[in-house]
Design a protein around this ligand. Structure first.
Ligand code: XUL
Ligand code: CO
Length: 438
């Protein structure tokens, strides 16, 4: 097999003093952190679409990067060249998972039967490439947002015919996910929302989305899919409003429609910030509901109001992410780099350096989050902050053994409440800096 990324070596860990741009400074796969090697804490995944398909096109200009990998675009030969490139890329970086949409793998044909035939062919080829490697699928999904038929949504479309095409794509994508050993299956509702309420029956659309998800669960389980289904919340873009606005909204939806046993969240950093939250907030909301499943690792630009899908660079955010993940006891999924190089970063070296940046950022986050937990000051402070509920009237509130009238009588007897104690935010932020840089 001809090498595609000629001149790019296998990326090794060289440590923080290394100045080699093609080496890891912090990601040391075998290093043990809190009893587990880094590579097990951090099941990294390559996103097929950004890494092997996206070539820098934006609304104002065409491709800057050459992602032909030596084949003519739009052909099955190109689909196979992408598989070759992807496997060489993952092996050189030591990445053990990939995520895909159906249409990332093959060019979509006019007739869905032909698209499915192409998907069978390419997935046989991927299976062949997987042999003798430890590479597997992290999750699969169906792209139900690019084809014009999905302009009004997929499950939420006003057209029953479109609903059938969404079902057909999900059926096939589930089969592919099972065939490729996928841990999860994602629903990102990019067009499940509305542009205007003037033409939209929100209740009807939400019921239909839930129906489609139930059908997917039933079919997935019937073909042996034992993994988690995920909702990937996002508040907007491309639609003005998307129903899976954030983790709290998506969890409420899953519970309302009886889907909460089969689904968890796939939290993407830049989606959480678009919803007006921190990344950590949506991770925490998912975790406390037992629904933190997987992560789309990227970051946005706080000065921009859209999804920039940048490679993660912010070590504070990665630390707080890994803090949530460690407290959650890990993930059933992994860390998918739903990130793209900037338009002017158009070379093969940039593809590798982007993943090195992302993997090193999360490795640093892991090291620092473990240090914060081992330091113990944050945990101790939080525990003490709620100490008034450990005994007396507080303990009775927690047990539920007290009435509103009894609480009012307690307050009246006191006459005035003592202040609740300082939040010590600045002190705690100093603790974080000390652990990160001390
Ligand atoms: C879009 C996005 C998607 C999903 C999968 O913002 O994040 O790529 O991750 O459909
Ligand atoms: Co994503």
């Amino acid at each position: 097999m001809k090498e595609i990324f000629e001149g790019i070596p296998k990326i090794a860990y060289e440590g923080p003093k290394s100045k080699n741009p093609l080496a890891f400074k912090f990601y040391d796969p075998e290093r043990v952190i809190m009893g587990k090697p880094m590579k097990e804490h951090l099941p990294f995944a390559m996103a097929w679409w950004h890494n092997l398909c996206a070539a820098g096109t934006d609304m104002f200009g065409r491709d800057t990067a050459d992602k032909s990998f030596g084949a003519e675009k739009g052909t099955m030969a190109h689909a196979k060249a992408k598989v070759d490139a992807g496997f060489e890329f993952m092996q050189k970086l030591g990445i053990r998972y990939f995520c895909f949409h159906d249409v990332d793998l093959v060019p979509e044909a006019d007739d869905i039967k032909e698209t499915n035939r192409r998907l069978d062919e390419i997935s046989d080829y991927i299976l062949e490439k997987m042999q003798g490697t430890d590479i597997k699928c992290l999750w699969g999904t169906a792209n139900m947002f690019s084809n014009p038929r999905f302009m009004n949504g997929a499950g939420s479309s006003n057209s029953a015919e479109v609903f059938c095409f969404a079902a057909a794509q999900i059926k096939k994508a589930l089969e592919l996910t099972v065939k490729l050993g996928g841990r999860g299956y994602v629903f990102w509702g990019g067009r499940e929302g509305y542009e205007t309420l003037l033409n939209t029956d929100v209740k009807f659309e939400q019921e239909n989305i839930a129906k489609l998800m139930h059908l997917a669960v039933d079919y997935g389980r019937s073909i042996g899919f034992a993994g988690d289904f995920y909702i990937e919340p996002k508040p907007k873009e491309p639609m003005k409003h998307q129903y899976d606005f954030d983790a709290a909204t998506a969890i409420g939806f899953l519970r309302q429609y009886g889907l909460d046993k089969d689904f968890k969240m796939n939290i993407e950093a830049n989606h959480a910030t678009l919803a007006g939250h921190t990344f950590q907030h949506d991770l925490r909301i998912s975790a406390i509901n037992g629904m933190l499943g997987s992560i789309d690792a990227n970051q946005g630009d706080t000065l921009l109001g859209w999804d920039t899908d940048e490679f993660p660079f912010n070590v504070y955010d990665a630390t707080m992410c890994m803090y949530e993940v460690l407290k959650n006891g890990g993930l059933t999924g992994g860390f998918n780099f739903d990130s793209k190089t900037r338009r002017p970063s158009y070379t093969a070296e940039d593809m590798f350096q982007a993943y090195i940046l992302g993997m090193d950022t999360f490795a640093l986050g892991l090291i620092k989050a473990a240090a914060l937990i081992e330091d113990g000051r944050l945990d101790r402070f939080v525990k003490e902050r709620y100490a008034s509920y450990e005994s007396g009237i507080g303990a009775r509130i927690r047990e539920g053994s007290v009435t509103l009238a009894e609480l009012a009588a307690y307050a009246e007897e006191k006459g005035a409440a003592a202040l609740p104690g300082s939040g010590r935010q600045e002190q705690l932020e100093s603790v974080v800096n000390e652990v990160l840089f001390g």
